[in-house]
Design a protein. Structure first.
Length: 61
């Protein structure tokens, strides 16, 4: 059975599917504070929007 990839001369390692290595495009750059998988700054944005909504509803703004 011929494949379109037969003439590429790939090394044998390219065909191994059982390798434990995984590609991580953006490794962590340090400790980050996350709550429920969401970054801290999104929690701040959400809190500020909720406060602005409540203030606008109550006529405080």
């Amino acid at each position: 059975m011929d494949s379109i990839y037969d003439g590429l001369d790939l090394p044998d390692e390219a065909w191994r599917d059982d390798q434990e290595e995984s590609f991580d495009p953006a490794p962590p750059q340090g400790p980050s504070l996350r709550l429920n998988g969401v970054a801290w700054y999104w929690w701040c944005v959400g809190t500020l929007l909720a406060v602005a909504l409540v203030a606008g509803t109550l006529g405080l703004g």
